[in-house]
Write a protein that binds this ligand. Structure first.
Ligand code: ADP
Length: 612
């Protein structure tokens, strides 16, 4: 019972969310439900009238009844078809809406929380299970099927109760007494209660079995989903598969998966068949008893033959509605269970306050950042990646951040951009803790090209403007600065060319070309601080040299931070900080650090032979 309650709590929450998204969906489903019930019951009444009129030889009434029957069926049938057609497009919309909700939540979460494995797991699981079990569209359908079944049961039972209450005009002995209202009502109640008790037993027994199978096999369908989406449907891994000759291994892996899935579906099918058989048996016994009761009423003259067909029709409705109620509930339970992770993800809270102070808009670009005793470790790890970092960022200066791999350079930048918060200490902007600033406004100060920059399968201009208004002149300027203008000019549709082959007519770009576009994206924003994290890693030496040459011009009038393994880039910077194991071990100009003969000098000399 407790489980039932929690399932419907989830179900109703999702229904409310659907309603908030589109307030026409639920009323339209309700309308369809009313129309379909009206079609059934109007049909039963009109058919009964038609039979009675035919038996009584009243042909004009019979023709009229037949006309009504036809008209009602046509009108209601057509309206229902139209609504159902609309539901199909709403189903697709619901499928998309689910992804939009998921993404909206992802965007609303801070980066740090999103990196937690449990968040990633919940997203992945939500997406897969929604695709597999029909998600919101199916949830809506099952709820309405259940509601339809409940109303159908109520209507058919009230019709049969009405039958019980009819008084016999003839019949004697046992037949006559049983056909009287009270005994026939008692008989029907006994039949109904008996059937409910048996059906409930069948339902709980098979629902538990179904759930057990479902839980025992979780992972099977996910694995198939992974194979389909990430292995078979991903041309990028196709390269690796061919180079390593993994085809056979993957096919075997997939065959194993399919075998497990076959076993799952076979087990599920067996349980469903057994549940159907048990339900059929129960409802057949009930129907037999109820038909006998209706026949008793006809024999004793309590109702006409036409009315008999109406009651029998109602009893048939009752049987199928019970079946739908049980089966629909099982399906609904499955969908709600699979939505648990999705709802839990929506309920995840950002541990950090987003801040509210507006960032002062300074035309002079005078933004001064300071790290004050900043230490940091990543969530889920105890190892300090930054240790007691104290540093003031010189305004409009060019800063180079150097150090070995894993020294903490990128982490330093991530903290500056407020993707993470310091574990200890604070970072300030013009003397105020950056946590106090409105997060979105604060981030607008930076244009960053991360080492693992990403471009999107969108048109070039959207990749460069990155959420900002399209201004072609400025886009070309940024492309020019990043040395990507010629490349884009040579593309068939210029700024409107789609990137990557994910879309028809999309163009593939090389790693170096992509990096230039990412550079243009960072330069397009009218931002005071440009950060380039290994911006030349994917460029060939010539392009790299050109980037260095243009670097000064690119970041003119802005504060710039440059992370690089290539020491030659430091020559272009006013100040250099050297990280080692999360600490700033050296700080100063190129000449000063070289003269000091420390860590920096050692790294410089190690590479000097390449650019002497
Ligand atoms: P660098 O940029 O100097 O190469 P990073 O700042 O990227 O170094 O990494 C510093 C350390 O933090 C490394 O040991 C790295 O493994 C660890 N690290 C980086 N990102 C994460 C993360 N998201 N979660 C846990 N550890 C991380």
């Amino acid at each position: 019972m407790h489980e039932l309650k929690s399932i419907h709590k989830m179900g109703f929450r999702l229904l409310k969310m659907i309603h908030r998204e589109d307030s026409s969906i639920i009323p339209l489903h309700l309308l369809e439900l009313c129309l379909s019930l009206a079609q059934i019951y109007i049909g039963l009444f009109l058919t009964a009238g038609l039979i009675d009129a035919l038996l009584a030889g009243d042909y004009s009434t019979a023709v009229r009844q037949a006309g009504y029957l036809l008209g009602a069926n046509l009108l209601l049938g057509l309206s229902i078809r139209l609504l159902q057609r609309r539901f199909r497009s709403l189903g697709t919309r619901m499928w998309l809406v689910f992804y939009v909700w998921l993404r909206e939540k992802v965007f609303a979460m801070d980066y740090e929380s999103m990196e937690k494995p449990e968040a990633a797991e919940k997203i992945l699981f939500s997406e897969r299970t929604s695709d597999m079990y029909g998600g919101l569209g199916s949830l809506l359908n099952y709820y309405f099927n259940i509601l339809r079944a409940i109303l159908n049961i109520a209507l058919s039972v009230s019709l049969v109760v009405h039958l019980c209450l009819t008084r016999p005009s003839g019949g004697s002995g046992l037949v006559g007494s049983l056909a009287a209202p009270v005994p026939s009502l008692a008989l029907f109640t006994a039949l109904l209660l008996g059937m409910c008790a048996c059906s409930f037993r069948v339902f709980t027994r098979f629902a538990a079995k179904q759930l057990e199978i479902f839980e025992r096999h979780t992972g099977v369908e996910e694995r198939i989903g992974y194979m389909l989406n990430n292995v078979f449907g991903n041309e990028r891994v196709g390269k690796i598969i061919r180079v390593y000759g993994m085809e056979e291994m993957i096919l075997e892996n997939s065959a194993r998966c399919q075998e497990k899935s076959r076993a799952y579906f076979a087990e599920r099918h067996d349980v469903e068949t057994a549940a159907n058989n048990a339900n059929n048996l129960v409802s057949s016994v009930f129907a037999l008893g109820a038909y006998l009761l209706a026949a008793l009423k006809v024999v004793t003259g309590a109702v006409t033959v036409g009315a008999f067909t109406r009651y029998v029709g109602a009893l048939n409705q009752f049987g199928s509605a019970c079946f739908i109620l049980i089966a629909g509930h099982g399906e609904l339970r499955k969908i709600c269970t699979t939505m648990t992770d999705f709802l839990a993800f929506l309920d995840m809270e950002n541990p950090r306050a987003p801040g509210s102070i507006p960032v002062e808009k300074r035309d002079d670009g005078e933004y001064e950042f300071a790290f004050e005793n900043v230490s940091f470790h990543y969530p889920g790890s105890d190892t300090l990646v930054l240790r007691d970092v104290n540093f003031k960022l010189r305004i409009k200066g060019k800063l180079a951040v150097v150090g070995r791999n894993g020294a903490g350079k990128t982490t330093f930048i991530k903290l500056l951009c407020r993707l993470y918060e310091p574990t200890q200490g604070r970072i300030t902007l013009n003397g105020t803790d950056i946590r106090k600033y409105d997060e979105e406004e604060y981030r607008r100060i930076f244009g960053v090209v991360f080492q693992d920059f990403k471009l999107f399968a969108f048109p070039v201009w959207e990749n460069v403007a990155a959420g900002y208004e399209r201004q072609d002149v400025r886009i070309w300027e940024a492309l020019e600065q990043a040395d990507a203008a010629d490349m884009v000019r040579n593309m068939e549709n210029g700024l409107d060319t789609w990137l990557y082959k994910n879309v028809e007519d999309g163009v593939e770009v090389s790693g170096g070309e992509a990096q230039k576009l990412a550079l243009a994206r960072a330069l397009y924003k009218d931002i005071p601080v440009v950060i380039l994290d290994e911006p030349t890693a994917a460029l060939d030496p010539k392009a790299e040299a050109e980037v260095y040459e243009r670097f000064g011009q690119m970041v003119e009038g802005r504060t710039s931070i440059y992370i690089s393994h290539r020491m030659s880039s430091c020559r272009f910077c006013d100040e250099i900080i050297v990280f080692e194991e999360g600490e700033i071990v050296e700080q100063g100009s190129h000449e000063a650090l070289l003269a000091a003969g420390g860590c920096y000098a050692e790294m410089w000399n190690a590479q000097a032979k390449y650019y002497a």
